[in-house]
Design a protein around this ligand. Sequence first.
Ligand SMILES: NC(=O)c1ccc[n+]([C@@H]2O[C@H](COP(=O)([O-])OP(=O)(O)OC[C@H]3O[C@@H](n4cnc5c(N)ncnc54)[C@H](OP(=O)(O)O)[C@@H]3O)[C@@H](O)[C@H]2O)c1
Length: 262
Amino acid sequence: MTRIGFIGVGTISEAVIRAMCARPDMTDEILLSPRSPERSATLAADFSQCRRLASNQDVIDASDMVVLGMRPQQMDEALSGLTFRSDHVVASFIAGTPPSGIAPLVAPADRVCQLIPLPPITLHRGPLVICPDLPEVVAAFRGLGDLIVLNDESRIRVLSCASAIMSTYFELQNRVIDWIADHGVDESVASRYVRSELDGLAAVGQVTPDARRRELPAEFQTKGGLNERVRAGLLERGWFEALPAELTEIYDNAILRPPGRQ
Ligand SMILES: NC(=O)c1ccc[n+]([C@@H]2O[C@H](COP(=O)([O-])OP(=O)(O)OC[C@H]3O[C@@H](n4cnc5c(N)ncnc54)[C@H](OP(=O)(O)O)[C@@H]3O)[C@@H](O)[C@H]2O)c1
Protein backbone atom coordinates (compact mmCIF):
# COMPACT_ATOMS: atom_id res chain seq x y z
CA MET A 1 0.00 0.00 0.00
CA THR A 2 1.37 3.42 -1.03
CA ARG A 3 0.22 6.63 0.62
CA ILE A 4 -0.20 9.17 -2.17
CA GLY A 5 -0.61 12.81 -1.15
CA PHE A 6 -2.11 15.42 -3.49
CA ILE A 7 -1.08 19.06 -3.02
CA GLY A 8 -3.61 20.86 -5.19
CA VAL A 9 -6.93 19.11 -5.72
CA GLY A 10 -8.22 20.86 -8.84
CA THR A 11 -9.80 19.69 -12.09
CA ILE A 12 -7.14 17.27 -13.26
CA SER A 13 -6.28 15.94 -9.79
CA GLU A 14 -9.95 15.14 -9.22
CA ALA A 15 -10.15 13.30 -12.57
CA VAL A 16 -7.05 11.26 -11.71
CA ILE A 17 -8.17 10.54 -8.14
CA ARG A 18 -11.62 9.38 -9.29
CA ALA A 19 -9.98 7.15 -11.91
CA MET A 20 -7.55 5.72 -9.35
CA CYS A 21 -10.28 5.00 -6.81
CA ALA A 22 -12.52 3.38 -9.46
CA ARG A 23 -9.93 0.64 -10.08
CA PRO A 24 -11.21 -2.60 -8.56
CA ASP A 25 -7.83 -3.45 -7.01
CA MET A 26 -7.13 -0.02 -5.52
CA THR A 27 -5.33 -0.45 -2.20
CA ASP A 28 -3.37 2.83 -2.04
CA GLU A 29 -4.40 5.56 0.37
CA ILE A 30 -4.98 9.06 -1.01
CA LEU A 31 -4.34 12.09 1.15
CA LEU A 32 -5.79 15.42 0.05
CA SER A 33 -4.65 18.97 0.71
CA PRO A 34 -7.42 21.18 2.12
CA ARG A 35 -7.57 23.84 -0.65
CA SER A 36 -10.56 23.63 -3.01
CA PRO A 37 -12.47 22.68 0.16
CA GLU A 38 -15.67 21.57 -1.52
CA ARG A 39 -13.91 19.36 -4.07
CA SER A 40 -11.55 17.73 -1.56
CA ALA A 41 -14.35 17.18 0.97
CA THR A 42 -16.55 15.57 -1.72
CA LEU A 43 -13.74 13.23 -2.76
CA ALA A 44 -13.15 12.25 0.86
CA ALA A 45 -16.90 11.59 1.23
CA ASP A 46 -17.14 9.64 -2.04
CA PHE A 47 -14.14 7.32 -1.55
CA SER A 48 -13.07 5.43 1.55
CA GLN A 49 -9.47 5.51 0.23
CA CYS A 50 -9.40 9.36 0.36
CA ARG A 51 -8.71 11.46 3.44
CA ARG A 52 -8.60 15.26 3.59
CA LEU A 53 -5.89 16.58 5.91
CA ALA A 54 -5.53 19.97 7.61
CA SER A 55 -2.50 21.34 5.76
CA ASN A 56 -0.12 20.80 2.85
CA GLN A 57 2.65 19.84 5.28
CA ASP A 58 0.41 17.25 6.96
CA VAL A 59 -0.18 15.69 3.53
CA ILE A 60 3.56 15.60 2.78
CA ASP A 61 4.44 14.15 6.19
CA ALA A 62 1.86 11.36 5.83
CA SER A 63 2.75 10.43 2.24
CA ASP A 64 5.23 8.16 0.45
CA MET A 65 4.53 9.87 -2.87
CA VAL A 66 3.54 13.52 -3.29
CA VAL A 67 1.57 14.62 -6.38
CA LEU A 68 1.77 18.31 -7.30
CA GLY A 69 -1.57 19.35 -8.85
CA MET A 70 -1.46 23.15 -8.82
CA ARG A 71 -1.12 25.58 -11.74
CA PRO A 72 2.36 26.69 -12.85
CA GLN A 73 1.84 30.19 -11.47
CA GLN A 74 0.79 28.75 -8.06
CA MET A 75 3.78 26.43 -7.77
CA ASP A 76 6.32 28.68 -6.03
CA GLU A 77 3.88 29.92 -3.41
CA ALA A 78 2.44 26.47 -2.76
CA LEU A 79 5.83 24.81 -2.31
CA SER A 80 7.64 27.53 -0.37
CA GLY A 81 8.05 26.63 3.29
CA LEU A 82 7.13 22.98 2.81
CA THR A 83 9.58 20.31 3.95
CA PHE A 84 10.12 17.15 1.92
CA ARG A 85 12.04 14.02 2.94
CA SER A 86 14.77 12.40 0.86
CA ASP A 87 12.67 9.23 0.54
CA HIS A 88 9.70 11.03 -1.02
CA VAL A 89 8.80 10.35 -4.63
CA VAL A 90 7.38 13.48 -6.25
CA ALA A 91 5.04 13.27 -9.25
CA SER A 92 4.16 16.61 -10.84
CA PHE A 93 1.21 17.41 -13.11
CA ILE A 94 2.49 20.98 -13.55
CA ALA A 95 2.73 21.82 -17.24
CA GLY A 96 5.83 23.52 -18.58
CA THR A 97 8.15 22.68 -15.69
CA PRO A 98 10.18 19.52 -16.27
CA PRO A 99 11.46 17.29 -13.44
CA SER A 100 14.79 19.14 -13.33
CA GLY A 101 12.85 22.37 -12.68
CA ILE A 102 10.78 20.82 -9.86
CA ALA A 103 13.73 19.08 -8.15
CA PRO A 104 15.22 22.19 -6.44
CA LEU A 105 11.80 23.04 -5.00
CA VAL A 106 11.31 19.65 -3.34
CA ALA A 107 14.87 18.83 -2.22
CA PRO A 108 16.10 16.69 -0.54
CA ALA A 109 13.57 14.50 -2.43
CA ASP A 110 15.45 13.62 -5.59
CA ARG A 111 13.14 11.15 -7.30
CA VAL A 112 10.98 13.54 -9.26
CA CYS A 113 8.91 12.92 -12.35
CA GLN A 114 6.40 14.72 -14.51
CA LEU A 115 3.08 13.28 -15.61
CA ILE A 116 0.73 14.50 -18.33
CA PRO A 117 -2.74 13.15 -17.54
CA LEU A 118 -5.48 13.97 -20.04
CA PRO A 119 -9.20 14.20 -19.28
CA PRO A 120 -10.15 10.76 -20.78
CA ILE A 121 -8.27 9.29 -17.80
CA THR A 122 -11.69 9.34 -16.09
CA LEU A 123 -12.60 6.48 -18.48
CA HIS A 124 -9.22 4.77 -17.93
CA ARG A 125 -8.45 5.68 -21.55
CA GLY A 126 -5.91 7.78 -23.41
CA PRO A 127 -2.19 8.36 -22.93
CA LEU A 128 -0.57 9.14 -19.59
CA VAL A 129 3.00 10.39 -20.02
CA ILE A 130 5.42 9.58 -17.18
CA CYS A 131 8.98 10.97 -17.29
CA PRO A 132 11.36 9.64 -16.15
CA ASP A 133 10.62 5.97 -15.51
CA LEU A 134 10.13 5.74 -11.72
CA PRO A 135 8.78 2.27 -10.85
CA GLU A 136 6.76 3.56 -7.87
CA VAL A 137 4.98 6.10 -10.09
CA VAL A 138 4.36 3.59 -12.87
CA ALA A 139 2.86 1.22 -10.27
CA ALA A 140 0.68 3.92 -8.68
CA PHE A 141 -0.80 5.08 -12.02
CA ARG A 142 -1.13 1.69 -13.73
CA GLY A 143 -4.48 0.90 -15.30
CA LEU A 144 -5.36 4.54 -15.93
CA GLY A 145 -4.86 4.41 -19.70
CA ASP A 146 -1.82 3.83 -21.90
CA LEU A 147 1.29 4.68 -19.87
CA ILE A 148 3.83 6.37 -22.17
CA VAL A 149 7.13 6.28 -20.31
CA LEU A 150 9.90 8.68 -21.37
CA ASN A 151 13.37 9.05 -19.96
CA ASP A 152 14.53 12.19 -21.79
CA GLU A 153 12.71 15.16 -20.26
CA SER A 154 13.38 17.32 -23.33
CA ARG A 155 10.79 15.13 -25.12
CA ILE A 156 7.96 15.97 -22.69
CA ARG A 157 7.42 19.29 -24.44
CA VAL A 158 6.90 17.55 -27.79
CA LEU A 159 4.18 15.28 -26.40
CA SER A 160 2.63 18.20 -24.50
CA CYS A 161 2.18 19.96 -27.84
CA ALA A 162 0.59 16.82 -29.31
CA SER A 163 -1.97 16.94 -26.47
CA ALA A 164 -3.13 20.28 -27.90
CA ILE A 165 -5.24 18.59 -30.61
CA MET A 166 -8.07 17.71 -28.20
CA SER A 167 -10.33 20.69 -28.83
CA THR A 168 -9.60 20.51 -32.58
CA TYR A 169 -10.78 16.89 -32.55
CA PHE A 170 -14.10 17.88 -31.01
CA GLU A 171 -14.42 20.84 -33.39
CA LEU A 172 -14.02 18.34 -36.25
CA GLN A 173 -16.62 16.03 -34.72
CA ASN A 174 -19.12 18.84 -34.25
CA ARG A 175 -18.61 20.37 -37.70
CA VAL A 176 -19.48 17.05 -39.33
CA ILE A 177 -22.51 16.54 -37.06
CA ASP A 178 -23.73 20.07 -37.84
CA TRP A 179 -23.21 19.56 -41.57
CA ILE A 180 -25.38 16.42 -41.49
CA ALA A 181 -28.07 18.16 -39.44
CA ASP A 182 -28.00 21.16 -41.82
CA HIS A 183 -28.80 18.71 -44.62
CA GLY A 184 -32.01 17.58 -42.98
CA VAL A 185 -31.03 14.65 -40.78
CA ASP A 186 -32.23 14.70 -37.20
CA GLU A 187 -29.40 16.07 -35.02
CA SER A 188 -29.51 13.13 -32.59
CA VAL A 189 -29.12 10.69 -35.50
CA ALA A 190 -26.25 12.80 -36.91
CA SER A 191 -24.54 12.86 -33.54
CA ARG A 192 -24.93 9.13 -32.96
CA TYR A 193 -23.62 8.39 -36.46
CA VAL A 194 -20.50 10.59 -36.30
CA ARG A 195 -19.52 9.70 -32.76
CA SER A 196 -19.86 6.02 -33.53
CA GLU A 197 -17.88 6.44 -36.76
CA LEU A 198 -15.01 8.16 -34.91
CA ASP A 199 -15.12 5.56 -32.14
CA GLY A 200 -14.83 2.73 -34.70
CA LEU A 201 -11.97 4.42 -36.53
CA ALA A 202 -10.09 5.09 -33.28
CA ALA A 203 -10.46 1.40 -32.39
CA VAL A 204 -9.00 0.38 -35.77
CA GLY A 205 -6.15 2.87 -35.28
CA GLN A 206 -5.38 1.34 -31.88
CA VAL A 207 -5.19 -2.28 -33.08
CA THR A 208 -3.34 -1.61 -36.36
CA PRO A 209 0.37 -2.40 -36.01
CA ASP A 210 2.65 0.66 -36.18
CA ALA A 211 4.29 -0.67 -39.32
CA ARG A 212 0.93 -0.47 -41.12
CA ARG A 213 -0.39 2.88 -39.87
CA ARG A 214 0.65 4.77 -43.03
CA GLU A 215 -1.43 2.39 -45.13
CA LEU A 216 -4.67 3.26 -43.34
CA PRO A 217 -5.63 6.38 -45.35
CA ALA A 218 -5.41 4.44 -48.62
CA GLU A 219 -7.12 1.40 -47.06
CA PHE A 220 -10.06 3.51 -45.98
CA GLN A 221 -10.80 5.00 -49.40
CA THR A 222 -12.00 3.56 -52.70
CA LYS A 223 -10.31 4.69 -55.90
CA GLY A 224 -12.39 7.61 -57.13
CA GLY A 225 -14.73 7.22 -54.14
CA LEU A 226 -16.04 9.76 -51.66
CA ASN A 227 -13.27 9.33 -49.09
CA GLU A 228 -10.58 9.81 -51.72
CA ARG A 229 -12.29 12.94 -53.04
CA VAL A 230 -12.64 14.56 -49.61
CA ARG A 231 -9.05 13.76 -48.62
CA ALA A 232 -7.66 15.01 -51.94
CA GLY A 233 -9.69 18.22 -51.61
CA LEU A 234 -8.40 18.83 -48.10
CA LEU A 235 -4.83 18.03 -49.17
CA GLU A 236 -5.18 20.58 -51.95
CA ARG A 237 -6.42 23.21 -49.50
CA GLY A 238 -3.33 22.69 -47.33
CA TRP A 239 -5.37 21.26 -44.45
CA PHE A 240 -2.78 18.70 -43.40
CA GLU A 241 0.12 21.13 -43.62
CA ALA A 242 -1.74 23.60 -41.41
CA LEU A 243 -1.94 21.15 -38.48
CA PRO A 244 1.80 20.40 -38.08
CA ALA A 245 2.49 24.10 -38.69
CA GLU A 246 0.29 24.98 -35.69
CA LEU A 247 2.03 22.31 -33.57
CA THR A 248 5.42 23.76 -34.53
CA GLU A 249 4.16 27.22 -33.62
CA ILE A 250 3.18 26.22 -30.08
CA TYR A 251 6.33 24.10 -29.69
CA ASP A 252 8.53 27.06 -30.64
CA ASN A 253 6.62 29.49 -28.46
CA ALA A 254 5.84 27.29 -25.43
CA ILE A 255 7.35 28.87 -22.38
CA LEU A 256 9.41 26.61 -20.16
CA ARG A 257 9.49 28.58 -16.95
CA PRO A 258 12.50 28.25 -14.69
CA PRO A 259 11.53 27.93 -11.01
CA GLY A 260 11.24 31.18 -9.08
CA ARG A 261 10.07 33.24 -12.08
CA GLN A 262 6.48 34.16 -13.07
N1 LIG B 1 -6.69 20.29 -16.68
C1 LIG B 1 -6.02 19.46 -17.48
O1 LIG B 1 -6.56 18.81 -18.40
C2 LIG B 1 -4.53 19.23 -17.26
C3 LIG B 1 -3.87 18.22 -17.96
C4 LIG B 1 -2.51 17.99 -17.72
C5 LIG B 1 -1.82 18.77 -16.81
N2 LIG B 1 -2.48 19.77 -16.17
C6 LIG B 1 -1.71 20.56 -15.20
O2 LIG B 1 -2.22 20.26 -13.92
C7 LIG B 1 -2.12 21.40 -13.07
C8 LIG B 1 -3.48 21.68 -12.47
O3 LIG B 1 -4.39 22.01 -13.50
P1 LIG B 1 -5.96 22.09 -13.19
O4 LIG B 1 -6.63 22.31 -14.49
O5 LIG B 1 -6.36 20.93 -12.34
O6 LIG B 1 -5.99 23.46 -12.30
P2 LIG B 1 -7.02 23.89 -11.16
O7 LIG B 1 -8.34 23.24 -11.38
O8 LIG B 1 -6.97 25.37 -11.09
O9 LIG B 1 -6.39 23.27 -9.83
C9 LIG B 1 -5.35 23.87 -9.11
C10 LIG B 1 -5.47 23.40 -7.68
O10 LIG B 1 -4.33 23.85 -6.95
C11 LIG B 1 -4.81 24.35 -5.71
N3 LIG B 1 -3.84 25.25 -5.09
C12 LIG B 1 -3.46 26.47 -5.49
N4 LIG B 1 -2.57 26.98 -4.64
C13 LIG B 1 -2.39 26.05 -3.66
C14 LIG B 1 -1.62 26.00 -2.47
N5 LIG B 1 -0.82 27.01 -2.08
N6 LIG B 1 -1.68 24.88 -1.72
C15 LIG B 1 -2.49 23.85 -2.06
N7 LIG B 1 -3.25 23.85 -3.17
C16 LIG B 1 -3.21 24.94 -3.95
C17 LIG B 1 -6.11 25.03 -6.06
O11 LIG B 1 -6.87 25.27 -4.90
P3 LIG B 1 -7.94 26.49 -4.86
O12 LIG B 1 -9.08 26.05 -5.73
O13 LIG B 1 -8.32 26.58 -3.42
O14 LIG B 1 -7.24 27.71 -5.40
C18 LIG B 1 -6.70 23.94 -6.95
O15 LIG B 1 -7.25 22.90 -6.18
C19 LIG B 1 -1.60 22.54 -13.93
O16 LIG B 1 -0.24 22.74 -13.66
C20 LIG B 1 -1.82 22.07 -15.35
O17 LIG B 1 -0.82 22.57 -16.19
C21 LIG B 1 -3.80 20.01 -16.34
